[in-house]
Design a protein around this ligand. Structure first.
Ligand SMILES: Cc1cc2nc3c(=O)[nH]c(=O)nc-3n(C[C@H](O)[C@H](O)[C@H](O)COP(=O)(O)O)c2cc1C
Length: 375
């Protein structure tokens, strides 16, 4: 490799040097301890679904239109009655202080700069009150209900009191999946994990998770909820005034059931390739779900979105908004708040450019004629 090639591939040293979100991935990988990098990067088993999420976008080429006046484009959307400047959303990612000392607070400040919707994980390392304060606006709250209804009710009431207008129930991890890559990286990490991680029973491990403060977690054997079924959606609806969205839907069958059970919205997601090793990308799941929902409730989608063109394709296939997980965490791990803000800026810029170059001037106008269907 010649010197110029090496120089061209060097890591960026400030956010404004970045050409794409992948510049932040490189810096994050170098900055994070191996175990934390592994936790972020991992899929499950052989990481087949993780890769499928990226490859899926190639199956939907863009059909660009010409001679459209694209001097101004409008990227605003309305989701559940609330207007947003951009359809790009921060997906819930747990334990963000594993990536930067300011964790979810830095993510909130980064999201604030251009008014992005942020979804806060149950496993947040900052409280929902502090995150809303830093974001300067309500966030949505993601719920892992645990096997205890008392604990779930405690989490819900706290989120509702803090001002969250919506709760996102994640349903793709009835049991914890096999994160093989994470385990391989953890084995490379020579640091003493017990300095930060409390070992022992579940309620011990939850001490660093402020949403569980004051809740009776002594009886929880673990955090998963393997017995959860569709009845839980009604139970949630009856218990809270917040809008209820279901995250982790990947089939038309479940999309229809979600509507029947009164869900206010869906997030098409395979947890970024971290749940079942299906080999199916979410962009390929999206069309059948859009067809089943028939516009009755909004549809968000995540898993593998890295480029404005990826977002454009999902909008064309009928998604109302698109969430990203790892990309903003790469920004967070690299440069904190400024890194998050720049990752989001790059994605917004790329989406606007994709719209202009394809001849679309509003999100509403990006219909299915802008992609060639998968064959
Ligand atoms: C490190 C990490 C932690 C995550 N934690 C949660 C979580 O606590 N709750 C949840 O619903 N999803 C969680 N997710 C899944 C994300 O919400 C989202 O579905 C996924 O990251 C999207 O894929 P992407 O990372 O390829 O953008 C997590 C993902 C990652 C990478």
């Amino acid at each position: 490799m010649g010197m110029s090639q090496l120089e061209a591939e060097r890591a960026i040293v400030s956010p404004d040097e970045a050409f794409s979100v992948f510049d932040f991935e490189r810096v994050a990988r170098d900055a994070l301890p191996p175990a934390h990098w592994g936790y972020l990067a991992t899929g499950v088993d052989g990481d087949v679904t993780l890769r499928a999420n990226r490859d899926g976008f190639n199956k939907f080429p863009i059909r660009a239109r010409r001679l459209v006046d694209v001097k101004t484009v409008d990227t605003s959307v309305t989701v559940l009655g609330t207007p947003w400047e951009t359809p790009i959303v921060l997906a819930p990612v747990g334990s963000q202080r594993a990536f930067h000392a300011d964790g979810e607070i830095a993510a909130a400040r980064g999201a604030k700069s251009a008014g992005h919707l942020q979804i806060l994980s149950t496993m947040t390392t900052a409280s929902v009150e502090d995150v809303i304060d830093a974001r300067g606006a309500p966030v949505w709250y993601q719920l892992y209900p645990t096997a205890s209804w008392e604990v779930a009710k405690g989490l819900l009431s706290r989120a509702e009191r803090a001002g969250c207008p919506a709760v996102v129930l994640t349903v793709d991890l009835p049991v914890i999946s096999h994160r093989e890559t994470a385990q391989r990286f953890a084995r490379l990490d020579s640091r003493d994990c017990s300095v930060c991680h409390e070992d022992g029973p579940t309620y011990f491990r939850l001490r660093s998770k402020p949403m569980f403060d004051g809740l009776d977690t002594q009886e929880l054997a673990d955090l998963d909820a393997p017995s959860l079924t569709w009845d839980f959606i009604r139970r949630l609806r009856d218990h809270t005034e917040m809008k209820v969205l279901i995250k982790g839907i990947v089939t038309r069958d479940d999309a229809s059931l979600a509507v029947e059970h009164g869900a206010d919205g869906l997030i098409v997601s395979n947890h970024g390739g971290r749940a079942e090793e299906s080999g199916l990308s979410t962009i390929e799941s999206l069309p059948e779900i859009v067809a089943a929902v028939r516009g009755r409730i909004p549809i968000l989608v995540d898993s593998g979105f890295r480029r404005g063109t990826d977002i454009f394709k999902a909008l064309a296939l009928g998604a109302n908004a698109v969430a990203v997980g790892r990309p903003y965490i790469w920004g967070l791990a690299s440069f904190g708040e400024e890194g998050v803000a720049m990752v989001l800026t790059i994605l917004r810029r790329e989406l606007e450019l994709a719209m202009r170059l394809a001849g679309a001037t509003s999100i509403q106008g990006i219909d299915s004629s802008f992609v060639r269907p998968s064959r």
